[in-house]
Design a protein around this ligand. Structure first.
Ligand code: LLP
Length: 413
């Protein structure tokens, strides 16, 4: 048998296990390495050393119950971007005080439920939302725990579609308006100012913008102290990138060190909301070659049974993912476009990519698909959502079964 592919990101995603999984659950399928998720969480957690901190796992990256449960068991808190995610965290054993709610447009019923639950923080994104929240909490005769999401006007130097920290982005309130808004919070008995929240974007691979954002939030916290407002927590958001091309990315230790440095002697809890860096490298999308075609003068296409319906990132952000055969055949690599089966030309995972020789039926993995993979799947073309499988050392189990056509049609009336 040819050697297994080099599984540098996660040794647990072994060829024999991947073949067994494909044999039993079929492809396309997401496969995660549970221990790699734990290790990534612990690495960040330990990087803080004695510094008081909180890790709020950004559930949007991967909210499979089994993934959320294991992070809950490790002591993680949660960043939820919808009430659906809040409920997932609660069902996985989190208590409301471990959950923060973010979102650029929260409906009144959602805000009301967040108030009733008494979440760790409701991250408010505008003066109007602050006002709605104050009234809802007053109506309930309670006090809402508020963090203000500030927009520091810092370029994250990431893909524009996932940058959020510029004035031109829809997120948060301009940082120069924040001090006055905190004064307004102080005058509302139904609001308690608990934190400053900042999140400038995702897949950030240079630490400078993250550090500058943390410095800006820290400076605001000092200014608030002068105004007699003591917050409990500085939330520096998520955003640390991973090396999709297999190269180097900043280490979690270097990242945390910069944040701790930026916070200086502020002396309050430092929170972060990592998503991608915890689950991204721990997952692959397992897929099969369904066709190979090449006509004279045209490109060579390798067509997979996974497409943009399973992994949207390449179509949406021109994202690069490594793609490797599970059992590379011998022979010199050949270039080709690796595409999905969907009826859109943007449904391509890679253009002109070198790949060892492949044949129809071969299994491939698309690497680093643990974050923003399954959660962004769609049922376009009535394609059922792919299953998710969790490997634990030498064994594996399905943590979400493949959707069936009956599941899909059960919503049609
Ligand atoms: N906190 C907030 C408020 C966020 O909006 C996000 C991500 C995070 C934390 C987590 O960021 P991370 O540590 O994962 O970078 N679908 C895109 C990424 C969208 C990220 C949205 N917000 C992708 O596939 O690249």
């Amino acid at each position: 048998m040819p050697p297994a592919a080099d599984t540098d990101a996660s040794a647990a995603l072994r060829a024999d296990l991947l073949e067994a999984i494909a044999g039993q659950v079929d492809t396309p399928a997401y496969v995660y390495d549970g221990e790699a998720i734990d290790a990534a969480y612990r690495q960040l957690d330990e990087a803080f050393g004695p510094v008081p901190h909180a890790i709020h796992y950004a559930m949007k990256a991967n909210s499979a119950l089994a993934v959320v449960r294991r992070l809950q068991a490790l002591g993680s808190g949660f960043d939820a971007n919808s009430m659906g995610e809040v409920d997932v965290a609660l069902r996985c054993g989190a208590v409301p005080r471990q959950i923060v709610l973010t979102g650029v447009g929260k409906r009144s019923d959602e805000l009301d439920r967040a108030v009733a639950l008494d979440l760790q923080a409701i991250n408010v994104e505008s003066p109007g939302e602050l006002d709605r929240l104050a009234r809802l909490a007053a109506d309930r005769g309670t006090v809402a725990r508020v963090a203000l999401r500030v927009n520091p006007d810092i370029d994250a130097q990431s893909h524009p579609h996932i940058s959020t920290g510029l004035r031109s982005n829809k997120f948060g309130v301009p940082i120069d308006a924040a001090r006055a808004l905190f004064q307004a919070i102080k005058t509302r008995p139904s609001l308690s100012p608990v934190g400053i929240h900042i999140h400038i974007g995702s897949q950030i691979t240079t630490l400078d913008p993250l550090e500058r954002a943390a410095e800006a939030a820290t400076a605001l916290a000092h200014a608030l102290r002068e105004d007699g407002i003591a917050i409990e927590q500085l939330d520096f958001g998520g955003g640390l990138g991973i090396a999709y091309d297999g190269g180097a990315a900043p280490s979690p230790e270097a990242y945390v060190q910069r944040l701790v440095r930026a916070a200086g002697d502020i002396g309050i809890t430092l929170a972060i909301e990592p998503g991608r860096v915890i689950v991204g490298a721990a997952g692959v999308l397992l897929t099969r070659v369904v066709d190979i075609k090449q006509f004279p003068g045209a490109r060579r296409f390798i067509v997979l049974d996974a497409g943009m319906t399973e992994l949207m990132r390449p179509a949406l952000y021109s994202a690069v993912h490594r793609i490797e055969p599970v059992r590379p055949r011998t022979g010199s690599p050949e270039a080709g476009d690796i595409v999905g089966p969907i009826c859109e030309s943007t449904d391509a995972f890679a253009r002109d990519r070198l790949l060892p020789p492949v044949e129809v039926g071969d299994l491939l993995v698309i690497r680093d698909a643990g974050a923003y993979g399954a959660v962004m799947g769609s049922t376009y073309l009535r394609r059922p959502l792919a299953p998710e499988v969790l490997i634990e050392r030498d064994s594996w189990r399905v943590i979400r079964r493949r959707q069936t056509l009956d599941d899909l049609l059960s919503l049609d009336v």
